[in-house]
Design a protein around this ligand. Structure first.
Ligand code: ZN
Length: 378
């Protein structure tokens, strides 16, 4: 009895501290992965409406997705809110609401990735959109217009904190080559200037790498393989890491969007097996998309008639889709999205949150305080 008590006294503080702080944070963004898309992907893949791994995460909340000025967000303002804790306007990359899009820079907002760099952690991002796309860009760049791809990507090589993003894996090589040329520079110049190779495939990354940039030609790669590779590299830093994984789940192409949500879900399940108990895993969407479930029988194929309807839509030059089970009107929508989490600090994901609250969840899990937070006494 006494022995058991002593053992308990030794174990409890360890458990408490392990629960309190996260060594690592993994943020997974289903871009445009609203509740309609999430549910449809589950039905499409499993025949049930809650069959995805992310639907089994223990802590769940809803997140409002409005911007500083608009009801419906784009990926730039949406991701800025999630990774800086402050809302801005559509099109703006991690600059405050004093920005005039495309015309005048606003106040640069410090991102969760920059906090991690400042604290000596390793940082990384994986995306099947593009490395200079609004979602990853909001982590490492500050720009008054998401369209400035050369301006944005160059900032990955001129970090404000630490040594900048350690791992970047994603497509966009052709478009980036063109926009860098138009800006009077090149991938080669960025690479040699920073002393960092820009690889063309995962296979080129050295086995013991602690940093890696992989710029792919196409979005048709295995996101699970890429996410696991990034995690493995980042986990070599004993201080910890921050990793963001983005899956493009826009359902303007319904089947591709749902398949990508299923692939992202599998990647999250695989990540959850390797990240360890000292890692906070957060899954959310930057905004929803106008896809709704209309009818249908549980267990029946969800997308019957889709290809014929797509052919009709193309012929009639319309961008919406109507099949018995699904209505898709091509665009972002403003309703809340799911936030789900597990690991240290995940209990702060609950209720009807602001998208900016997700930044605080991650920052507090690391045990850090925002630079502009009140210093305690008030
Ligand atoms: Zn988006």
């Amino acid at each position: 009895m006494k022995k058991a008590l002593i053992l308990l006294m030794l174990v409890v503080p360890v458990l408490v501290s392990a629960q309190g702080r996260a060594r690592n944070v993994v943020l997974v963004i289903a871009d445009a992965g609203g509740l309609g898309t999430l549910t449809a992907a589950s039905l499409h893949a499993t025949g049930t409406s809650r069959g995805l791994f992310v639907q089994s995460l223990p802590h769940v909340g809803l997140s409002d997705t409005s911007t500083a000025s608009q009801i419906v967000t784009d990926s730039a303002a949406g991701m800025t809110a999630i990774v800086t804790g402050q809302k801005t306007h559509n099109g703006v990359i991690s600059q405050a609401a004093d920005t005039v899009k495309g015309q005048a820079d606003g106040t640069a907002l410090k991102t969760i990735l920059e906090y991690a760099e400042q604290h000596g952690l390793s940082t990384g991002l994986v995306t099947n959109d593009s490395l200079y796309g609004a979602t990853p860009a909001a982590l490492y760049a500050h720009a008054n217009d998401r369209a400035q791809s050369a301006v944005i990507f160059r900032q990955a090589f001129a970090p404000r904190f630490g040594d900048g993003v350690d791992v970047m894996i994603g497509p966009g090589r052709a478009a980036l080559t063109r926009s860098l040329a138009a800006a009077g520079t090149s991938l080669e110049a960025l690479s040699s200037g920073a002393g960092r190779p820009i690889h063309g495939s995962l296979a080129e990354v050295p086995a013991d790498a602690r940093r890696a940039i992989v710029l792919l030609d196409s979005s048709a790669f295995d996101i699970q393989e890429a996410a696991l590779a990034a995690q493995k590299i980042l986990a070599r830093n004993k201080k910890g890491y921050f990793l963001m994984v983005e899956g493009d789940t826009h359902t303007d192409n319904v089947r591709q969007g749902l398949d990508r949500m299923v692939a992202l879900d599998k990647a999250v399940a695989a990540l959850s097996k390797v990240i360890g108990r000292d890692t906070l895993l957060v899954f959310t969407a930057d905004h929803s998309f106008d896809l709704a479930l209309r009818a249908g029988r549980l267990g029946a194929p969800l997308l019957e008639g889709l290809e014929a309807e797509q052919a009709r839509a193309e012929e009639e030059k319309r961008r919406n889709i109507r099949i018995p089970t699904i209505r898709m009107d091509n665009g972002h929508t403003g309703e809340p999205v799911m936030v789900a989490a597990t690991g240290p600090g995940a209990e702060r994901v609950r209720g009807y949150m602001r998208n900016t609250d997700i930044f605080g969840v991650m920052l507090q899990a690391f045990g850090w305080r925002a630079d502009d937070a009140p210093s305690g006494r008030q």
